[in-house]
Design a protein around this ligand. Structure first.
Ligand SMILES: *[C@@H]1O[C@H](CO)[C@@H](O)[C@H](O)[C@H]1NC(C)=O
Ligand SMILES: *[C@@H]1O[C@H](CO)[C@@H](O)[C@H](O)[C@H]1NC(C)=O
Ligand SMILES: *[C@@H]1O[C@H](CO)[C@@H](O)[C@H](O)[C@H]1NC(C)=O
Ligand SMILES: *[C@@H]1O[C@H](CO)[C@@H](O)[C@H](O)[C@H]1NC(C)=O
Ligand SMILES: *[C@@H]1O[C@H](CO)[C@@H](O)[C@H](O)[C@H]1NC(C)=O
Ligand SMILES: *[C@@H]1O[C@H](CO)[C@@H](O)[C@H](O)[C@H]1NC(C)=O
Length: 458
């Protein structure tokens, strides 16, 4: 008998099986040739005003309109030759700003002549003008037989049984449309855009975690909480929804529905900030509207505020109405939005009233900025502080006013030794000490037990 390699035998059946398997899946899972799609990003721009002051091109051909009221697929750009494949909400006849509610490639825009294709293999692909792959649904040979934009704005790739192999609702960027979710085991957050003009990832995020649904500001890599629904588990899925408030559906509620799996532990300790209650543990009510709010979305803006917009077409203009804002006169005090006064400022009752300085409180303007800091190395001795009576930092409510009890001198030394500390808030009644890694908007508080000390260098 000739020598036989021990692995030779088993190898053949494995090969055969995998060959067979590939043949089966590719034969079963095809998009009919007349249902494929290819679009080149070129030609005329739309002529209506649209959010972010963007230019746009409607994506369509003879087979696909990719339109279902009021949603449509487009390419848009805010700077020349830099396009994002996105979904628009609102129609041109509205005489009202149309909004961008979903996008595929905001961190990697494409140029003129980029292509969007849906091939027979079932993959939906965005390639730049030079063929570079920019974005894809990753659904090649997974049984996809068609693509469709549903009436709720969900773009889906489905198989022969109608099951969704891929859906845009699983991929929010900064916006949750009605019915869209974030989930702990999946896309678990919204991330703001940088600015109106720059759609790439900004510094604010709203993240679903084991301890809640938290809003963070990314301060050079350190995540600082500034809002959200923290302090308790909300379960594994949070969905934005608009639900009828009464039997005859004359009013609607904007809610975050919470999937309780596993059930959450005890309720959170009370916060000093006004927070709407989580009703029955399964729903967070954002607002009630006295009309049909089915076309709504919730977005984390580039300023860090979380707002809902609702489309109400029984009016002639301003059809997208702001229907909820986390930082607003009726929810969490506006002054608690870190960006409220731009880089720096003192905020009272929702208004930026002063620009604090070593010389005292000056008039506030956009150019108000934190003071010059001493050099990091050996700067502890050079650190000076000026005092502002009756202020809080946005972090106070979330960090339980900091550590303590400590003496004010200790708090000061701690801040002086820490280059990242820009000042501290000292509570004169509880002797608590909160170091501030970011000043932003200081909140004027009637509670004069709270004193702000801002670091500067002479
Ligand atoms: C695509 O082709 C199939 C079979 O050839 C036909 O039944 C169907 O109507 C065609 N669809 C369109 C949109 O042309
Ligand atoms: C886009 O492609 C067309 C040909 O289809 C070509 O004429 C045009 O110059 C291209 N545009 C750019 C910016 O490359
Ligand atoms: C925070 O921002 C830094 C850049 O300043 C970036 O490198 C980092 O990835 C960001 N972190 C998160 C969690 O977004
Ligand atoms: C809706 O229901 C409320 C109470 O359930 C009732 O008072 C109201 O008249 C109803 N409205 C309409 C339009 O039927
Ligand atoms: C609300 O509007 C949606 C979309 O137009 C519609 O499908 C739904 O039936 C409306 N609901 C009620 C209760 O009128
Ligand atoms: C001031 O703060 C103290 C302790 O932080 C608190 O007990 C008191 O209720 C606050 N007063 C007001 C008016 O907020």
């Amino acid at each position: 008998m000739a020598y036989r390699h021990p692995h030779q035998f088993p190898l053949i059946p494995t090969l055969l099986i995998s060959l067979l398997f590939t043949t089966i899946t590719t034969t079963l899972a095809k998009v009919p040739p007349n249902q494929t799609f290819h679009f080149v990003n070129q030609g005329e721009f739309g002529d209506r005003i649209i959010e972010y002051d963007a230019g746009y091109r409607v994506i369509r051909n003879n087979v696909y309109t990719f339109y279902t009221f009021p949603f449509r697929l487009c390419f848009y750009n805010t700077t020349p030759d830099s396009f994002v494949f996105a979904m628009r909400a609102g129609i041109p006849n509205d005489e009202s700003l149309m909004r961008w509610v979903w996008d595929a490639n905001r961190n990697d825009p494409v140029g003129e002549n980029a292509t969007l294709s849906f091939g027979e293999d079932g993959n939906f692909v965005l390639a730049d003008f030079d063929g570079r792959l920019v974005w894809q649904t990753n659904t090649a040979n997974k049984g996809v037989t068609g693509i469709k934009l549903l009436p709720n704005g969900n773009l889906v790739l489905f198989d022969k049984n109608g099951a969704f192999v891929w859906q845009s609702f699983d991929h929010p960027s900064d916006t949750l449309m009605v019915g869209m979710s974030v989930r702990i085991n999946g896309r678990n957050k919204l991330v703001s855009r940088t600015s109106d003009v720059d759609g790439s990832d900004g510094k604010y995020s709203l993240v679903l975690e084991d301890n809640g649904f938290n809003m963070y500001i990314n301060n050079s890599g350190d995540l600082l909480v500034y809002g959200g629904w923290g302090g308790r588990s909300l379960g594994s899925i949070v969905t934005f929804d608009a639900v009828p408030e009464n039997d005859n559906a004359t009013a609607f509620e904007l809610v975050l529905t919470v999937n309780q799996d596993p059930p959450p532990p005890a309720p959170p300790s009370r916060r000093r900030l006004l927070q709407r209650k989580v009703q029955g543990g399964s729903q967070i009510n954002l607002n009630k509207l006295n009309y049909n709010a089915t076309y709504s979305f919730l977005r984390l803006g580039s300023d860090g505020n979380l707002r809902a917009y609702t489309y109400y077409d029984q009016v002639s203009y301003l059809k997208w109405e702001e229907s909820f804002a986390f930082f607003s006169s009726y929810f969490i005090r506006e002054c608690a939005l870190p960006s409220k006064c731009g880089k720096y400022g003192l905020c009272e009752r929702g208004m930026c009233v002063a620009c604090p300085s070593p010389k005292g409180l000056l008039g506030w303007s956009d150019s108000c900025a934190p003071p010059q800091l001493p050099p990091c190395k050996g700067g502890a001795k050079a650190a000076q502080y000026y005092k502002i009576v009756g202020v809080e930092n946005f972090l106070n409510p979330y960090l339980d006013d900091g550590e303590g009890p400590v003496k004010v001198g200790e708090c000061r030394d701690k801040c002086s030794r820490d280059c990242k500390c820009l000042g501290f808030i000292y509570k004169e009644d509880t002797f608590k000490c909160l170091l501030m890694p970011l000043l932003g908007t200081l909140i004027k508080d009637v509670n004069t037990t709270s004193v702000g000390y801002v670091k500067y260098s002479k």
